[in-house]
Design a protein around this ligand. Structure first.
Ligand code: 0XW
Ligand code: MG
Length: 367
């Protein structure tokens, strides 16, 4: 099979509740970037990448589009079913920019699955489940509002909650964590995510003042070294998220035992193939992790849950998808959505989602 055409689209995603607040940013709308790969068989594959604004990680929507435009012409004629070779070819066209390469990697998996008539999960080891555990991420707010949302989401069936903290006095974070724990203690696994926003001093304060509350501290500080150092000073397990910028950092932090787990993002590490490698490295050292992305529509959600379905259940911390905030996006007939705290893996070959192209308009570039 050969790639005959690559089309790049953009699509704006709004935040249903108006705003999603984390650390130092408030998100109201996001631009997602989609790619459609057409092959000489007539089959097409879809991919997506959607940085959650320009300051969450060193990635942004316009960067994704520029990187895809840079690579696209050089990928015409490539065999999309040879995904390792495709990555080699992408690396020969552009260094870095994993999050843009991820969109092409996801599209190639979708196309390969359709070609062999199997779901993506079957291409990467095989599914262990057809319903993956979801977790809910609560936008930073007052202790009362955060506890109220937590109780509501537990009632909906979520068994893991992530609270956004930081960007405000640490006493406010402590009050929010205490209020949530009081309300839902025991019913869920709690994760407290500072999205790089805290000083080591404040992380130590938070952990010591909440010593009686079990929770995971996710990416409390900005730099990898700060997170590694603060982990020695707190009682709570420390997971890395934004710091794991590529598979090399994952290998280093797992190998050196520099963290207790990961909030892992598929597009950050370069797509489904590198994420499968992360899964396997984590399994070798019994390291728990999520399989998420920073944001995105049905295509990203499908990619995440297909990988999630292949993760050993005792190491799998679940998958966050943007659907509860964004609503169904490109596939109105078969959207990926959370139901009672779990997300069914889409059925059918490839990713199992098919975007309605009318919703996307004309491509911004085509090769
Ligand atoms: C909760 N998420 C998976 C979605 C937001 O973009 C941030 C992210 C995280 O864990 O940092
Ligand atoms: Mg995180």
């Amino acid at each position: 099979m050969r790639i005959t055409n690559i089309a790049i689209y953009t699509h704006d995603l709004t935040v249903a509740q108006g705003m999603y607040r984390m650390s130092h940013s408030a998100i109201t709308t996001l631009q997602s970037t989609l790619v459609k790969i057409t092959s000489d068989t007539g089959l097409v594959g879809w991919g997506e990448t959607c940085p959650v604004g320009p300051v969450y990680q060193p990635q942004h929507a316009l960067g994704a589009q520029a990187a895809l435009i840079q690579m696209a012409q050089g990928l015409i004629g490539a065999d999309p079913t040879k995904i390792g070779v495709l990555h080699h070819r992408m690396d020969g066209l552009l260094t870095g920019h994993n999050y843009a390469k991820a969109a092409l990697d996801i599209a190639a998996h979708d196309l390969t699955g359709k070609f062999f008539n199997v779901p993506v999960a079957e291409l990467i080891g095989g599914a262990l489940t057809n319903r993956v555990p979801a977790y809910f991420s609560i936008s930073a707010g007052s202790p009362e509002a955060t506890a109220e949302t937590a109780a509501m989401r537990v009632a909906e069936g979520y068994r893991r909650l992530q609270l956004k903290i930081s960007g405000r006095p640490v006493q406010d974070d402590i009050a929010a964590v205490r209020a949530v724990a009081q309300r839902v203690r025991g019913a869920v696994r709690l994760v407290v995510d500072a999205n790089r926003g805290m000083l080591m001093r404040d992380v130590i304060e938070l952990s010591s003042q909440c010593e009686d509350i079990p929770f995971i501290l996710e990416q409390p500080c900005n730099m990898l070294e700060e997170n590694v150092a603060v982990r020695q000073r707190v009682r709570h397990p420390v997971y890395l998220d934004e710091s794991t910028e590529n598979t090399s950092v994952v290998l280093h932090t797992v190998g050196q035992q520099l963290c207790d787990g990961f909030g892992m993002k598929v597009t950050r590490v370069g797509g489904i193939r590198p994420m499968s490698l992360v899964r396997d490295v984590c399994q070798i050292r019994s390291m728990p992790h999520t399989v998420d992305d920073s944001w995105g529509g049905d295509i990203i959600a499908a990619a995440c849950v297909h990988v999630g379905a292949t993760v050993r259940p005792d190491l799998y911390e679940g998958t966050w998808i943007a659907e509860p905030f964004t609503g169904p996006t490109y596939d109105p007939r078969n959207p990926v959505r959370v139901v009672d705290g779990v997300t069914p893996v889409p059925e059918g070959p490839g990713l199992g989602v098919l975007p309605d192209e009318h919703l996307l308009g004309a491509p911004i570039a085509e090769f």
